[in-house]
Write a protein that binds this ligand. Structure first.
Ligand code: HAX
Length: 439
């Protein structure tokens, strides 16, 4: 058994036993009630699922296994000469709860390299898509096209004990994460670089190889991608891509089917597609105003036009966060360090000065602050990755780390089919009337 699988098993089995005991002894204890506003309003904040890999605090932001993003940047292993963390380290942490050593992470990079080969039939499926198919759609299709390789699906067909579900899920997880950069860069080069593909290079870490296959060799871009892949990886379980992966996975669909479900959720403009929308929105603003150096007053006018048209300001607001997203702050920190004079970055910072005041003034926006998607496009544009339609694919590659680490946990803990109860509007009104009569 490989060292990560061994450690995962050693960590997870006692939790599985403890979970069973807790369920038996405290299963009837109430953790939450549900308000009518939550039932109608997208189930906001109802505590109703387990998610081991990360936890989101509305004020402070995300913590992965208890570590904040600044702590991760400090403590996770780094590539020689780089100050940004290696995403392999975060995956190790999410799966085991332990910060890995440099040696652990070097092993994992090599393991991803060993598992990275993608069958030509899968690439042919991508090639069969016309270039007007959105890159996220292609990405999800390609993940589904890899599903015949699922170790879990094969073992399940052969007859697999419930107690062993976690093992082939772990194999699928590592295989899938290893192959995602290959597929994502294949899509990028097909759609935006005339199909001029770049073969992977031996001996690189996961994100560095991704940067290489995308066609970006500047060391700063590689650092950026390592940071990007780390900060987008997970945002607890209730967000749409995580929850969709979890829901599909709860039917015992394998990692490929489950993750494709997560990608489809990530593709919506209220979720991961917001990174594309931010850049489109800024481009339109620049075009309309006629300058790459708009004043704050000009930006405010443009924001008000967006709101008057009944549209949202992309990159702002959040269903849980109530402060600026630390993932935004981390990208700002990177930009201040590497590219402080970039015009696009300057616009993002000016938008940050202007938008919260306007959204806050509306009196209905729960969180007027920027989220992760407000900043990412500007940095990518600086380094030459200007094609906004591709941005959510980058997010998706990173998101695999969290949702698939959790899928391994869901399997080892034996989490069951997800099946919440829905009721009709009629039921809600009856409930309100009964409640009135009782009072
Ligand atoms: N611009 C304009 N209006 C906004 C807004 C924004 N950025 N954010 C929220 N609002 C509005 C809502 O549309 C809603 O209006 P109505 O009552 O008229 O329908 C009202 O404020 C209350 O919404 P909320 O409670 O503050 O926010 P929700 O929890 O319902 O929604 C969203 C959270 C992220 C969907 C929302 O803030 C939004 O649409 N933001 C813009 C899109 C975006 O950036 N999405 C990415 C979010 C982070 C993420 O998942 N990244 O991948």
């Amino acid at each position: 058994m490989d060292p990560l699988k061994e450690l995962f098993k050693a960590k997870a089995f006692p939790v599985r036993d403890e979970l069973k005991a807790v369920l038996k002894e405290h299963g009837e204890l109430k953790i939450a009630d549900v308000k009518v506003s939550q039932l109608i309003g997208g189930m906001r904040s109802i505590k109703s699922m387990l998610w081991e890999t990360s936890l989101l605090d509305p004020e402070e932001g995300i913590r992965f296994r208890g570590y904040s993003i600044p702590q991760l940047i400090e403590e996770l292993p780094k590539a020689e000469g780089d100050t940004e963390p290696l995403p392999e380290g975060l995956f190790w942490l999410m799966l085991t709860g332990d910060i890995p050593s440099k040696e652990n992470v070097t092993w994992l990079s090599a393991e991803f390299e060993r598992r990275a080969e993608v069958r030509p039939e899968v690439l042919a499926v991508i090639d069969a898509c016309t270039n007007d198919v959105h890159p996220m759609t292609m990405f999800s299709i390609a993940v589904l096209a890899m599903q015949p390789s699922s170790v879990f699906a094969q073992k399940y067909d052969e007859g697999l004990s419930k107690a062993d579900y976690w093992d082939p899920t772990y194999e699928d997880t590592l295989n899938l994460i290893a192959k995602l950069p290959v597929i994502a860069s294949y899509i990028y080069r097909k759609v935006f670089k005339n199909g001029d593909h770049i073969a992977p290079k031996k001996g690189l870490d996961w994100a560095a190889n991704f940067a290489h296959m995308l066609g970006f060799e500047a060391p700063d871009f590689t650092s950026l991608l390592r940071l990007y892949m780390t900060i987008h990886a997970d945002h607890e379980g209730g967000n749409a891509s995580a929850h969709a992966t979890h829901l599909v996975g709860s039917t015992l669909s394998d990692a490929y089917l489950s993750f494709s479900g997560g990608l489809n959720a990530l593709s919506g403009p209220l979720h991961g597609l917001a990174n594309q929308e931010v850049v489109n929105w800024i481009n339109e603003m620049v075009e309309q105003i006629g300058t790459k150096k708009p004043t704050k007053e000009q930006i405010a006018d443009y924001v008000n036009t967006t709101l008057a048209a009944g549209q949202v300001v992309p990159g702002y607001g959040h269903a849980v966060l109530r402060k600026p997203d630390p993932r935004f702050s981390e990208q700002k920190r990177f930009s201040e360090q590497y590219i402080p004079d970039d015009d696009y970055v300057q616009i993002v910072w000016k938008v940050f000065d202007v938008v919260p005041g306007i959204l806050g003034g509306l009196g209905k926006v729960a969180n007027p602050w920027p989220n992760v998607d407000a900043h990412s496009g500007a940095i990518l544009i600086h380094y030459g990755l200007t094609e906004a339609r591709f941005y959510t694919v980058l997010f998706g590659v990173s998101r695999a780390l969290g949702v698939l680490a959790q899928l391994c946990w869901s399997r080892v803990l034996g989490l069951p089919l997800e099946r919440p109860k829905s009721i009709t509007f009629e039921n809600v009104k009856d409930f309100i009337n009964n409640n009135k009569n009782q009072n």
